[in-house]
Write a new protein. Structure first.
Ligand code: HPA
Length: 277
């Protein structure tokens, strides 16, 4: 008997391949604040998640669910406009299916972006943070269950989830563009509730600089498959308990939108540099 998760992935792949003939080099996942990034690239085609048989479809307001295929400079990219979150109720295996699918389509590099709450007191709302490492221990591993040997090994090494060379590219690109960039560790909680002040104090004690509700599960499967990974968080707010204000999704979204133009510039120029590697 074949593995159901792998069979589902292959079915989505066959379905997508029949609809779009494009081989990306870089897979880019758009977080809040970068939602309209795909409007600024040279688009070749789009594919709505709902048009792929068996594909998990996102429900949250403001998240468009589609792949956009095109070019950033000369670099062929596939962009996930709208990701799938664990808090929406999907199985973790479904949350990461799109990442696996983009690898099957040909993507060698995974570039993740997200909005995150700053835990580090040196951070400010609107900062960009290059992710240097992550803490995924508060969400179930997407690799639980029979190993998909076709994709990777049972016990994958996670010493460098975020590729060191790609981190250098981000830092050098930010420096060239004179865009200030923080560095830090991203911790994923399940959400959908924002964290309590005690959870934020715990996160800081554990070594996190930012917290959010996505990403670490995606980068784990990317590493499992041997993709090179890099990521940038937009610090949309200081996390709960660090300021007087309560958190609202609207304010998080607005702060992320404000940082968007610098964020977009950094992502574009970084992808163009990655194209030269
Ligand atoms: N916590 C969790 N996720 C987030 C936050 C936060 O403070 N801000 C943006 N995404």
């Amino acid at each position: 008997m074949g593995n159901q998760i792998y069979e589902k992935l292959l079915k989505c792949y066959e379905n997508a391949k029949a609809k779009v003939d494009f081989q990306p080099k870089v897979a880019l996942v758009l977080g809040s604040g970068l939602g309209d990034y795909a409007d600024h690239i040279r688009v070749v085609s789009t594919l709505s998640y709902r048009d792929i048989e068996g594909f998990p479809v996102s429900t949250i307001a403001g998240h468009k669910g589609r792949f956009v295929f095109g070019y950033v400079g000369e670099v062929p990219v596939v962009i996930m406009q709208g990701r799938v979150h664990y808090y929406e109720g999907y199985a973790m295996q479904d949350v990461v299916l799109p990442i696996r699918l983009m690898k099957l389509m040909g993507a060698e590099v995974l570039f993740v972006t997200n909005a995150a709450g700053g835990v580090n007191y040196d951070f400010h709302a609107g900062d960009l943070m290059m992710i240097t490492d992550q803490i995924s221990s508060f969400v179930p591993s997407p690799l639980i269950g029979a190993n998909l040997d076709e994709l990777g090994v049972r016990f994958p090494d996670m010493s460098h989830i975020y590729d060191v060379q790609l981190q250098n590219v981000i830092e050098q690109t930010a420096a060239r563009l004179e865009i200030p960039i923080q560095k830090g560790v991203y911790l994923q909680f399940t959400g959908p509730a924002y964290e309590s002040p005690a959870e934020i104090r715990m996160s800081r004690t554990l070594g996190a600089d930012a917290v959010g509700m996505s990403t670490t599960c995606e980068t784990i499967v990317a590493n499992h498959m041997g993709m090179r990974v890099c990521g940038i968080s937009c610090i949309s707010n200081l996390a709960c308990g660090m300021t007087e204000q309560p958190l609202s999704h609207k304010e998080v979204q607005e702060a992320a939108d404000k940082a968007a133009s610098l964020f977009q510039k950094l992502v574009t120029e970084t992808i163009m540099e990655i194209g030269k590697l």
